[in-house]
Each structure stands twice: as structure tokens, then as C-alpha cells.
Design a protein around this ligand. Structure first.
Ligand SMILES: Nc1nc2c(ncn2[C@@H]2O[C@H](COP(=O)(O)OP(=O)(O)O)[C@@H](O)[C@H]2O)c(=O)[nH]1
Ligand SMILES: [Mg+2]
Length: 471
């Protein structure tokens, strides 16, 4: 039988809590969206944030904690009956076990409500001693945000853009050949449609493995509970004039439209449109490791993400989410513990440059945006090593595979991120000076300490930007 290692204080309900505080709720709940592509660090971020809020440790930059105004924090029953609960306890248990492991991959939307009881301040302090703010944290795959861009595109447009990108990449060759081999004005056959879809999905998987991020439809990479359904059986085709009912092109177009209507729209109406504050987690170090093409693709993806958050009011998306607009968006480069702190400013500068560029390209105004670099669970310590006659600032931790101590130096990040991005924008295939390495560390032993929480880097700063003003 598995014995939970999570402190009992963090488990179970707080039965009479809702009754005790019901008359002193502070404003409406803050709905915080946490997104990012697969493996960018969403689950680890939410788990560490919640554990630190519950434990009340290591959050000096979150003003309510820094000013000692937080009396307690509690998990509450999930308010939305139809959304899975974020499995906080199991994820935390994974870090805290004898042999700490990272939580399992999650592939769907989930949510958790945390309530924070605060000493009153300002005008209401004379009326009551304390008040409560609910925080609803929603975890959803970043792959699905990009589907928003499909709402404003016809099947012909989407196919054209997708085939242009795919055609410029070596990994797209097999799919290009598949569509070249199709007869002109092919008629529809289910086996053919499936074969094409499988070929296109193989391309998407290869593109993601090579570090590309702007890949649609999002459900083809992360189907959630829709795996194998007909609405996920279509693929891009070259333009066809006057396509007739019963043709392959016509049926693919019909399925693309059904995908938007039955999957994309409900997802955005039910989840995305209700978000107040958003964090987008990005594994910038991994994209650097993959090379300039991955960084350039990331730049364009970030622009698309921002357009999704602030669509024009006349666009199909704008009409869909009219009146509900996210107020703050934080772009965070994750896993900063892979770098010595001497290089954190450079990582943040790259994130900032990508964010500024995306905001400028998307003509994005209105919501506040910010960029920073963070580590949700600090898994390394800092070290120095002699290498080829030079002293190098590196980090040291436990290698996830071998479980042995290992020192790691990711590479020299440039002091001017503009150079890096413009090199990537020019279509370069390799970095000019150095290459960037990647590594996976195991979570640190005894990650959660009672009364102290989990060691992190700038998690509290991120929290302050995201919801500190509402506490
Ligand atoms: N060293 C380190 N690794 C992290 C951190 N956050 C995430 N990771 C790594 O990234 C992987 C994916 O994280 P996860 O939260 O599951 O990503 P998700 O798919 O976005 O939910 C984990 O298994 C860890 O290997 C962090 O703060 N520090
Ligand atoms: Mg996850």
C-alpha cells in the first residue's frame, strides 16, 4: 500500500471552513489559467505554487505574505462539476516520496480552488478582521490555444499555410509525397482519409520532437478524450477549385469545420474565455538547445498566443469571447535552475525580447504583460568547475536517468537577446558561437519542508504579478 508522504495538514477537506468565512468573501474568485506546451512545466508549477501557498513559506515577494497578512490557506471543493480536479495530492506525493519523481503527464483540463484567508487592510479593516479570496487555478494544454487561430481561417487558408510551413521542413517530406501521389480531384474514401491523417500526425509529432511549437490542430497532438474520433480525421490538402460533394477535399473541409464547431468553440467558451489572469510557461532553454529554427517558431507562436488573448472585436474569435478579457499575462521561462544565477538575467532578457516582439507583432494592447524566468522546484545547487583552463559557473543536481550527481553548464547565453532572435529570424540552422545543452534533473530530496515549503526561483514574483493585487 502506498503511504502518502504529503503532510496531513495539506490533505483532506476543511469541513466547516466555508461556513466560517462565507460572510466575508473578498470580491469574485480570481481565475488563473496556467498553460504552456507539453513538458513546459505546468503541473510542477501549479503543485509547487499551491504547496507553497498552503505551507506559507518562501514567498516574500508575494506582498500579502511579505507583509504577514495571510492567516491561512485552504483547499476547497472544486466549484465546476464538469472539470476534472487538479490532482494536487498525487503530484506532490511524487516529489515527496523516498525516490522523488516528477508528476505524471496530464493531457486534459483540470482545476483546483484554493482559498486564502487574509487580515483585512485598507478601508474594510475597520469593518471586519479578516476576509477570504478564492483562487481558481486552471491547467490546460497550450497546444489547444493555438486552435484559436483556426477560427478565423477557412480550410483552404489553413491548408495553404500549413503546407507552406511543412514543405519548408525536411520532416515534412513524407507527407508532401503522400499528397503528390493523390489522383486529381480524388473522391472521398475513409481509408484514404485515415492514411493522410496518420501521415500528417506523424509530421506533427516529428515537428514537436524537433522543437517546433506552432502546430495545429492542437487535439492531434493531445487528443484528450477524443482519440480516434472522426472529427480528428482530416489533414491539409492543396487547393481545389469547385470541389464537389463526395470528393476528398470537400469531406476534409467539412471535418475541419466540424472540428472548429464541436471542439474549438466549446473549449474556448467553457474554459479560455473565463480566465482573468494567465501564465504561459515556456521551456526557452529547450528551444535554445533545439536551435534557431525552434526559437523563430516560438517567436511566431507567441504572437499567435497573444492574438488569441486579444482578438479584434470583428474577428470570429472576438465575437465569440466578447466582453471577457484576460487582464494580465505572464510569459515565464521555466527551469531556470538549469542555469547559475549569473545567467538568469540573460534568460529573462530573451523571454522579455520574445514577449515584446510578440506584443508588437500582434499589435497587442490592453492587458498587462510581463516576462520573467523561474524554477518551480529548484533541483540544483550552484557550483564552479574548471573547463579548458576557464572557471565556469555551473549547476549541480541528480541526473534523472542515472540518479548520480552531475554538474551541468547549458552554454553561454548572449548578453544581447536581439542578436540571438535576429539570427533565428534570418532562417539560420545553427547558432553562431556556442550550442546549448539540455539535461533533466530529478527533483531534489526532501523537496517539501514543513513550515518552509518548496525551494523555487521567483515563483513568488510570478504569483505577485498574477494575483498579488487581489490579496
Ligand atoms: N529542474 C527542473 N525541472 C523542471 C521544473 N519544472 C518542470 N521540470 C521538468 O519538466 C518536466 C515537465 O514538467 P510538467 O510540469 O509535467 O510539464 P507539463 O506537461 O507542462 O505539465 C518535468 O518532468 C521535469 O523534468 C523545475 O522547476 N526545475
Ligand atoms: Mg501537466
Amino acid at each position: 500500500m502506498a503511504i502518502s508522504t504529503v503532510p496531513q495538514k495539506m490533505l483532506g477537506g476543511f469541513d466547516n471552513f466555508a461556513a466560517r468565512v462565507s460572510e466575508s468573501i473578498l470580491g469574485s474568485p480570481v481565475r488563473l489559467g496556467v498553460t504552456g506546451l507539453a513538458r513546459s512545466g505546468k503541473t510542477v508549477f501549479i503543485t509547487s505554487l499551491i504547496a507553497n501557498l498552503l505551507e506559507g513559506g518562501r514567498l516574500p515577494q508575494l506582498a500579502a505574505f511579505g507583509q504577514n497578512r495571510v492567516q491561512s490557506a485552504f483547499l476547497q471543493p472544486q466549484p465546476d462539476d464538469t472539470i476534472a480536479r487538479f490532482d494536487f495530492e498525487s503530484h506532490l506525493d511524487a516529489f515527496c516520496g523516498q525516490k522523488p519523481i516528477w508528476p505524471e503527464n496530464t493531457k486534459n483540463v483540470s482545476q483546483l480552488r484554493l482559498s486564502i484567508k487574509l487580515k483585512s487592510h485598507g478601508l474594510i479593516s475597520g469593518l471586519r478582521d479578516s476576509c477570504v479570496q478564492h483562487l481558481d487555478v486552471v491547467d490546460y494544454p497550450g497546444e489547444w490555444i493555438l486552435d484559436l487561430t483556426l477560427l478565423g481561417k477557412s480550410y483552404a487558408q489553413w491548408s495553404e499555410e500549413t503546407l507552406a510551413r511543412l514543405g519548408s521542413r525536411d520532416i515534412g517530406e513524407t507527407y508532401v509525397k503522400m499528397i503528390k501521389d493523390l489522383p486529381k480531384k480524388a473522391s472521398f474514401e475513409e481509408t484514404q482519409a485515415r492514411k493522410l491523417t496518420q501521415g500528417y500526425c506523424r509530421y506533427l509529432a516529428a515537428a514537436r520532437a524537433t522543437g517546433f511549437s506552432g502546430l495545429t490542430p492542437g487535439r492531434f497532438l493531445l487528443p484528450g478524450d477524443l482519440e480516434g474520433s472522426p472529427v480528428l480525421t482530416f489533414a491539409p490538402l492543396p487547393p481545389e477549385n469547385n470541389s464537389k460533394k463526395g470528393s476528398l477535399w470537400h469531406e476534409m473541409q467539412r471535418r475541419y469545420t466540424a472540428y472548429k464547431r464541436h471542439i474549438v468553440r466549446p473549449f474556448f467558451r467553457n474554459h479560455f474565455a473565463r480566465i482573468d489572469r494567465q501564465i504561459v510557461l515556456i521551456d526557452v532553454l529547450e528551444a535554445l538547445h533545439q536551435g534557431p529554427l525552434a526559437i523563430e517558431d516560438l517567436r511566431q507562436t507567441m504572437r499567435d498566443i497573444l492574438i488569441a488573448f486579444r482578438p479584434g472585436s470583428n474577428s470570429p474569435l472576438g465575437r465569440l469571447i466578447r466582453g471577457t478579457r484576460v487582464e494580465r499575462i505572464l510569459f515565464a521561462a521555466t527551469k531556470a535552475d538549469h542555469l547559475h544565477h549569473n545567467q538568469h538575467a540573460q534568460l529573462t532578457a530573451i523571454m522579455q525580447e520574445l514577449t515584446d516582439d510578440a506584443a508588437c507583432q500582434a499589435q497587442f494592447r490592453g492587458a498587462q504583460t510581463k516576462a520573467l524566468s523561474l524554477a518551480s522546484v529548484r533541483s540544483t545547487t550552484e557550483d564552479q568547475r574548471d573547463h579548458q583552463g576557464r572557471r565556469i559557473d555551473c549547476v549541480r543536481g541528480i541526473d534523472l536517468e542515472t540518479r548520480l550527481q552531475a554538474a551541468f553548464f547549458a552554454g553561454e547565453l548572449p548578453s544581447n537577446p536581439k542578436d540571438l532572435l535576429s539570427h533565428a529570424r534570418q532562417g539560420a540552422h545553427k547558432w553562431l558561437s556556442s550550442d546549448y545543452s539540455a539535461m533533466r534533473f530529478a527533483p531534489p530530496p526532501h523537496a517539501l519542508r514543513q513550515g518552509q515549503g518548496i525551494a523555487h526561483i521567483r515563483l513568488d514574483k510570478a504569483a505577485q504579478f498574477l494575483f498579488g493585487d487581489r490579496l
